[in-house]
Design a protein around this ligand. Sequence first.
Ligand SMILES: [Zn+2]
Length: 64
Amino acid sequence: MNWRFWLVLLVFGGLLALGVRYFILRRQQSSDFQKCPHCRSTYRGELTYCPHCGGLVTRWSNRR
Ligand SMILES: [Zn+2]
């Protein structure tokens, strides 16, 4: 009976789903990929030294 209401609801729901998906994807990326503070290049895994510039990039030295 009120198709505009459902249309708005659908659009908002789609946007919300997209936002949540983007947020989750970005969170996974940030936990998987790290950024070197020296040369600003991304690398994978928990490394002690950057594979590009050789700078110290470890952030987990306190945990181990
Ligand atoms: Zn680097």
